[in-house]
Design a protein around this ligand. Structure first.
Ligand code: SF4
Length: 84
């Protein structure tokens, strides 16, 4: 019984930790202006070698598209979890 409860708790924790929404950057067309890094207050992005990298996808606010719609003038941000 105790073993079963532990398994259920672990399962619930894994579900909550599962991130279904976060940005993806089309690096081939990214111009490296880093507006997205500057814009994102939850610090999902970090600059790496002059380009943005998604380093904290768990901080991304689900279904919020601020970096795509406000920050990125090159329209190269899409989201893992969006319907295509
Ligand atoms: S705002 Fe867009 S073009 Fe600029 S660095 Fe970020 S992803 Fe690249």
């Amino acid at each position: 019984m105790v073993g079963m409860l532990m398994t259920e708790r672990k399962f619930v924790k894994e579900i909550k930790m599962d991130k279904n929404w976060y940005p993806m950057i089309g690096h081939a067309r990214c111009v490296g202006d880093l507006y997205c890094v500057e814009f994102c207050s939850p610090a999902v992005f970090e600059e790496k070698s002059g380009k943005p990298a998604v380093v904290s996808n768990e901080n991304c606010v689900e279904f919020y598209r601020g970096c795509q719609k406000v920050a990125c003038e090159s329209d190269v941000i899409t989201y893992f979890g969006e319907e295509v």
